[in-house]
Ligand binder design. Structure first.
Ligand SMILES: *Cc1c(COP(=O)(O)O)cnc(C)c1O
Length: 380
């Protein structure tokens, strides 16, 4: 099956692009000795975990379910961070995770005995850490800024002390989102200034995600320099846990035009929805790239792209094309491997897109299809 033959709507994972990304991440690991983990909240297409495992060191999770997925399907280093763990999950998490990062002194104190007990019982080594808030905002997207005033993410320097430092093996920060190494450098200055004296006693520093390492203009050399600086200054193991950078530009959302509506402009109604299948388009918000299209007015035929949900604002954006679009035509949204499948929902009873994999030769195979039962079974 080729890309133009997959059923729609369908996410297609582009293995060639995925592997290109992984090769670059692997190069960073090799150059620096840092370990890179897949942040599964961004991409959990575990049919690709064997490929990902060939190039990077493991997985990180946001809680028990993702931690189990990483443990079962990747089986390499398995980390977890949650703003708050649930008591009933802690034992299982401690049994399958290598690093457990807590968000507050209280969570750390509450669950450290559980972690120690499980580690002793199973003879496993479990390393614990605390997430810090370096209070250094380097980006404008409020909902993605864990350093914004009043943030619940991480312990500030004013609430950190030697007692807490004495209970942990490592420090974790995550403050970036789609950012370059210059913002990492700014952040590291704040981390060093506020937490440097504790870093000397740590075994590791986890620098979170948001490093857009596989973007064309990313300054990899600067990243390498920064990692080496932190390793050498504090004698710590360095971890990075990017989500986006792993699967950036490594997928499509293939859709079919169902109808064309005229009302002061022309709207294409698609069988995929921003609200259901690419919610970041509305949340971020952003205009996703679309194959063979231009900005509104740039090419001869301009359309507003929208969806078959009842949400009036379920609009993806305005795009132009060289040729007129007809009912039944297919369109290919790009960069759709990240924060898409993991965020799917069946609002409005809209079908979940199938998931396909496109191999190095451009051959596509369907790895997952959904139906009515997937909608119904979640609702009672
Ligand atoms: C979201 C998140 C990541 C991954 O972020 P990307 O922007 O996808 O690279 C890593 N670590 C933590 C703690 C996160 O919350």
């Amino acid at each position: 099956m080729r890309l133009h033959e997959v059923p729609t709507p369908c996410y297609v994972i582009d293995e060639a692009k995925l592997e290109d990304n992984l090769k670059l991440l692997n190069r960073v690991e090799k150059l620096t000795g840092a370990k890179i983990l897949l942040a599964q909240k961004c991409f959990s297409g575990f049919c690709e975990y064997p490929l990902i495992a060939k190039y990077i060191s493991g997985t990180t999770a946001s809680g028990l379910y993702e931690a189990k997925l990483g443990y079962e399907e990747m089986g390499k280093e398995n980390h977890v961070f949650s703003p708050a763990y649930r008591a009933q999950d802690m034992e299982e998490i401690a049994g399958i995770c290598d690093h457990i990062v807590f968000n507050s002194g209280r969570q750390l104190e509450t669950y450290l005995p559980v972690v120690k007990r499980v580690a002793e019982k199973t003879g496993r080594k479990v390393s614990v850490g605390l997430r810090i808030n370096p209070e250094c905002s380097t980006q404008e997207h409020g909902i993605y800024d864990p350093c914004a005033p009043g943030s619940r993410m991480g312990v500030r320097a004013c609430d950190f002390d030697d007692t807490l430092a004495g209970m942990i093996d490592g420090i974790h920060f995550h403050t970036l989102c789609e950012q370059n190494a210059d913002d990492l450098e700014t952040t590291l200055l704040a981390v060093e200034e506020k937490f440097g004296r504790y870093l000397h006693q740590m075994k590791w520093l986890n620098m979170g995600g948001g490093h857009h390492i596989t973007r064309a203009d990313y300054d990899v050399e600067r990243l390498v320099r920064l990692i080496r600086h932190m390793k050498e200054t504090y004698d710590v193991e360095i971890y990075l846990e990017p989500g986006e950078a792993v699967a950036l530009d490594a997928g499509y959302n293939v859709t079919t035009v169902l109808d064309i509506v005229e009302n002061d402009g022309t709207t294409l109604i698609l069988d995929t929805s921003a609200a259901c299948h690419m919610p970041d388009v509305l949340e971020m918000p952003y205009r996703p790239p679309l194959k063979d299209s231009g900005q509104a007015g740039e090419k001869k035929y301009t359309y507003r792209l929208s969806c078959n949900t009842c949400l009036a604002g379920d609009v993806i954006g305005d795009y132009s094309f060289d040729h007129e679009i007809r009912i039944g035509d297919r369109l290919y949204f790009e960069d759709m491997a990240i924060y898409s499948m993991v965020k799917n929902n069946t609002f409005n009873g809209i079908p979940l897109p199938a998931i396909a994999v496109m191999d190095q030769n451009g051959d596509c195979r369907i790895v997952k299809q959904f139906g009515y039962e997937d909608f119904k079974n979640r609702l009672s």
